[in-house]
Design a protein around this ligand. Structure first.
Ligand code: GDP
Length: 199
């Protein structure tokens, strides 16, 4: 049976290593700069309007939200980065939590959300390298594609590939959470990664 994206439930928010889930189900981790549309991408995938906000209240930028997908994998919503108005204490908390999650060995697939309109930031590059260091496959979704002219798509995708130093095997999916572009392709890659994980 293919992975059913409509069967999704919020499990918990993790703020420390002890809160991570260690039950062996694959963990597909979503990362991105604040406001890049990470929640919108997740909501698009699971076909809901306000799903990825569950458990996240304003100011709680340093928590990892776990959703279980079809009882077969976790969709892991990592806290966004690069938000200017965050205190140093909060940034430090973010760093400690992310470091321990990336060191946990739990990630089976990394999904990075970047903005299709812009060259990835230094923070995006750092995040991509964290994913590469885990050794897991990485998929990049270039969101807000609807804001681009047709002629801009090719050059922008190349700039994203070059700046993040994507390897040949890393997939880059032009995406629009608003319009739905790339959604089938991204779902296909998530399903595929699950099959690979099992074999
Ligand atoms: P997050 O902070 O990364 O979770 O970002 P959100 O999902 O909250 O989205 C941030 C803003 O970007 C919101 O105003 C969304 O409506 C908008 N947004 C998200 N995805 C898209 C998209 O594909 N196209 C456009 N035009 N706007 C988007």
């Amino acid at each position: 049976m293919p992975l059913n994206f409509n069967k999704v439930e919020f499990i918990r928010s993790a703020v420390r290593r002890e809160d991570f889930l260690w039950d062996g189900l694959p963990q597909m981790a979503f990362a991105g700069r604040s406001n890049v549309g990470k929640s919108s991408v997740i909501n698009r995938l699971v076909n809901r309007k306000n799903f990825a906000r569950v458990g996240a209240s304003p100011g709680k930028t340093s928590q990892i939200n776990y959703f279980r997908l079809d009882g077969r994998a976790y969709l892991v919503d990592l806290p966004g980065y690069g938000y200017a108005k965050v205190s140093k204490a909060e940034r430090d908390r973010w760093g400690r939590l992310m470091e321990s999650y990336f060191a946990s060995g739990l990630i089976t697939l990394g999904i990075m959300i970047v903005d299709a309109r812009h060259k990835p930031t230094a923070d995006d590059v750092t995040m991509a390298n964290w994913f590469f260091d885990t050794g897991c496959p990485v998929v990049v979704a270039a969101n807000k594609l609807d804001k681009l002219k047709k002629s801009e798509i090719g050059p922008n995708m190349q700039a994203i590939r070059d700046t993040l130093a994507l390897r040949e095997e890393d997939r880059l999916v032009p995406f629009s959470a608003e319009r739905g572009d790339g959604s089938e392709e991204l779902m296909g890659l998530l399903r595929y990664s699950l099959e690979e994980h099992r074999t």
